[in-house]
Design a binder for this molecule. Structure first.
Ligand code: ZN
Ligand code: ZN
Length: 254
């Protein structure tokens, strides 16, 4: 931290790490596991899980179950994190608590993630979320030094848990543009920092589409990563992408 150039490393690493975690969440947990719009090579499967373990500590069965429940009960009784039911600021600040509460409900896991089997890697390594986060933080400290490492880990944690995830779950069901008639909204600007997840109105209309953008000027960063991985056969694209410009069929609001 002695010179000016090293000061840039901290915010750059924090934002970069959050982007990696966000794109891994959107690609692997969301599009691949929860909606089955992609398939994955076994090697890439382990890499995705390792990245998510080190950067978020999330359990894949829990994530998938909570998310599928959100689709099953969108904005009505049973939705784990609806701003229409709980209030916008509640979801913005307490999203992690709503998530954790639902994730610890064994009935939710049984009903919504029965197809995701716990394998040996889950049992031995990836189910220990806090160990992943601790190891990830230790690696950062090793690379950057103690304090820069701790600061990067903390800023990344705040960005992922208190900024990006609530922007998707809260704002994505509160305000924005609508192409399709459902209770979710699109934000073209936010989609750049949420791995395309803020094209949330498109996603609720076409949940099995592996691409979240549907119209001109909508950009889905995860789709760029998915196409690159598909080009080298690390992922396969199985869901049908939303037809581009398919928008005109439903009236626009917002
Ligand atoms: Zn939603
Ligand atoms: Zn979804």
């Amino acid at each position: 931290m002695g010179n000016v150039s090293s000061l840039w490393i901290v915010p750059l690493m924090a934002v970069g790490l959050t982007q990696i975690a966000v794109i891994a969440t959107s690609t692997y947990l969301h599009r691949l596991l929860a909606h089955r719009s992609l398939t994955v090579h076994p090697a890439a499967d382990v890499v995705f899980r390792a990245i998510l373990w080190l950067t978020t500590g999330q359990d894949r069965r829990e994530w998938v179950a909570v998310h599928r429940k959100h689709h099953a009960f969108t904005d009505r009784d049973g939705d784990p994190h609806s701003p229409l039911l709980r209030g916008f600021w509640h979801v913005q600040f307490l999203n992690a608590i709503y998530y954790a509460r639902e994730a610890k409900n064994p009935e939710t896991i049984r009903r919504f993630a029965a197809d995701i089997r716990e394998d040996r890697l889950d049992r031995v390594v990836f189910s220990r979320g806090w160990a992943g986060v601790a190891l990830g933080t230790a690696l950062l400290c090793l690379i950057l030094g103690l304090w820069p490492g701790l600061i990067v880990a903390a800023v990344h944690g705040v960005l992922y848990v208190l900024v990006v995830a609530p922007l998707i779950n809260g704002l994505g069901h509160w305000r924005g543009a609508q192409t399709f008639s459902n209770t979710a909204y699109n934000s073209r600007a936010l989609a750049w920092m949420t791995g395309g997840e803020s094209l949330h109105n498109n996603h609720h209309a076409h949940p099995r589409s592996p691409r979240f953008s549907a119209r001109r000027l909508e950009f889905d960063p995860s789709w760029v990563v998915i196409r690159a991985l598909a080009a080298v056969r690390l992922v396969g694209i199985t869901g049908t992408p939303i037809p581009r410009g398919s928008a005109a069929v439903t009236p626009l609001h917002g």
